[in-house]
Design a protein around this ligand. Sequence first.
Ligand code: KG4
Ligand code: ZN
Length: 334
Amino acid sequence: MNILTLGIETSCDDTALAILEGGSTEVGDVISSQIADHSPFGGVVPELASRKHQEALLPLLRALLAKTGVSPRDIGLIAVTSGPGLMGSLLVGVMSAKALSQGWGTPIIGVNHLEGHLYANIMSHPELRPPFLCMIVSGGHTEVILARDYGEYSLLGATRDDAAGEAYDKAAKMLGLGYPGGPVIERMAAGGDPFAFAFPVAMRDSGEVEFSFSGIKTSLRTALLKAKGEIPTADVCASFQRAVTESLLVKLEIAVERTKVGRVTLSGGVAANANLRNALVELGRRKGFEVFLPPAKYCTDNAIMIAAAGYASYSRGGRSDLSLTPDPSWKIWT
Ligand code: KG4
Ligand code: ZN
């Protein structure tokens, strides 16, 4: 039997644990979302997040072991997200992983959360080989990364201000639609007119792989003030979604042209958005590049992708030990 890896993810507002066999066979996973806790605040409250991770982690581990029938002595590796993310939240995962590692005598490896998002694609598509491009679009990230090889990455461009998911979350807050904003805006956009409002696409013609979402946000605020409460929500959401999708794909297209890399993947919570997924597939068809999309379950934060990235890194010779410390701004690119 292949080695079993326990993945632990606590970098933001999901406490997630999973067991993976080898590099891509899911044995089981459990996840506890803190959405209900943070929702009244319209975003993640860091102090609250770490407290909730602490409450959830060990009961989730017990549930995972019971559900999968796996015994701690069968686990050959513990892979834990050790950055980037919220310091308090990362600490809960890393400290728990170190305690388990010491108690069980199991090797431990620190995993970069963004490399986890990349592995959501690699584990879903065995035929996907580097070099490939990955656009990571989540609540905290909007980055286009070139995977030159396994474990070797370059940053091609990033956001200058808000992340794409953050833009969705802030827009939903302005519209009084709750948190997280992406899924609810996607739902509300169904049936709306995507051309009703002309929200701007920032730096469309700059020729650079760079993003900005503050202009769309301001433009939405102005539209809402003008509407004086008479808001055609479906039209606003559909137009907002169109503008975000276009802002992302205009720049991804530049990255493809510049690198001549013909394989493109998406990852992160916003990658679950059907409008973005369909538009990317269509763009790939028009421009002649291959598109690989992870299943929606692997787009948002999960521990399966962390176990997969940890196992791959361990197989390449990567090692951590009990001196492992979280790095909230750990970069994977060189
Ligand atoms: O990757 P993720 O679960 O956590 C972070 O690392 O941030 O991403 C969460 C983000 C939130 O901002 C949420 O609004 C957005 O992803 N999101 C979506 C959708 N589902 C989640 N955005 C657009 N459409 C969706 N269907
Ligand atoms: Zn994430």
